[in-house]
Structure formats: structure tokens, C-alpha cells
Design a protein around this ligand. Sequence first.
Ligand SMILES: [Zn+2]
Ligand SMILES: [Zn+2]
Length: 236
Amino acid sequence: MDVVVKSYTSSVLTVTPPQFILLAGVKKNAPLAYNERNSMLFSWKEVRMRVQEHLKLSTAAAVVALPFLRQDTWLPYVASLGIDVDHYVWHAVTHRTLSLRQAVRYYGQADPPQIPQQRLLHHPFVLGALFFLAVRLRSRPLALLLGGLLFHVSLDIIHNSQMKRLKTTLSEQARGHCPQCGQPEPALQLHTVRVARNLLDRYNASHYVALCPTCHEEAHRQPANTTRPGPLVNWS
Ligand SMILES: [Zn+2]
Ligand SMILES: [Zn+2]
């Protein structure tokens, strides 16, 4: 099975394709998998977790906003959930394929190319232009749409800074050596050992480990390694 996952990265969001489509296509408890031919790391678990977080938080925000926005609540809600469609569109145009599976595989690479155009709807320039238009046209729908996009982007910023903090903390603890194999490695990668049950526990360091690229690939190749501590891994 060629599946996805990428959990080491501080930019997990870059693997999140259009939220609704993905949620519909992701099986519960789908295993981690490794695509030998394309050397890609793939784990639906991580992608699904990220999509569900956006869904939960956007829904919570929509419920809070409901008394104020009433029938217009769907606008920012849809914008917040649909913003990641920019990844899919960029892939579809540049790779000339409408395949969602191929797009997910592309972003699920161990080190996907980071191209600004992939995140067009997340870009400050586009958001700024929308703000300008909303003010200029005094358009309430446009302002609400922008609100939804900004909500999503804020969640991304918080997530990325938390993942970066975890990576720094765990790398410092490891002192430039992979805790699994003991080899010196200046650029350890963040790997998700287990998925937190609730959002408050999401960025607890005990759920992650910083591994060298080789051990990280191994962890994805053998899912058992991701749930059981190896002899050298400090799980606290
Ligand atoms: Zn290692
Ligand atoms: Zn990983």
C-alpha cells in the first residue's frame, strides 16, 4: 500500500490537502506505510490528526460566532477549512493531474519542496490584498471570508512554532546524537511517537522523539518502533 505520512516535520500542515475530501478518504487507524519505490514517508494518522484539529477548532469558533454572524457563519467556516485547497491546485496545475492521491503523496515526501506558490491562500500578500478589497468594497462577505482564512493561518503559526520548539528542545536533550542509534547527527528530525488524545496535551514532549533521518525512515518502515521505546530512546 502506498500511503503517506510525514510526522517529523515542523510544517506538517504542508501535507494537508482539502480538508473534507481527505477526511472522507482517510480510514481510521490506517497503518503507517513506506513507499520503497519513491522513498516517501507516509502516515495517515498524522495527516488525519491535523485535519481533525482544524475541523474541531474551526467548528468551535463557528459555534462561538454563530450568535453574532447568524446565517453568514458558514462563510468564515468554509474559508478556514478550505484554505488548503491551494496545495492541491498548485500540484494539479504543475503536475497536470487532478489526482488527490498523487498530491497527497507529493506533499508526504520526507522533504517536500517548499514553494511559496503552494501556499498562495496563506500568503501575507494575498491576505493583505483581500483585506484591502474588503475595506475598499465595504464587503461583509469578503471580510468574513478573510476572517476564516486568518483563523486558519493563525492556527498554522501556533502549530509550527510549537513543533519548532519541540524539535529544538529534543535536539538539545539529544546533544547532536540520534537517541536511537547513537550516531552524531546535526539535523535531527521530529517524529511523532503517539497522537495525543486531547488538544491540551498535543505538544507534550513525551509524544515526540528527535531521530536521525535513517532511524526516522526506519520508524516509519516498522510501525512497531514508533509505539515501543527503543533501547536508547529517552521517552521522558
Ligand atoms: Zn539514528
Ligand atoms: Zn516520523
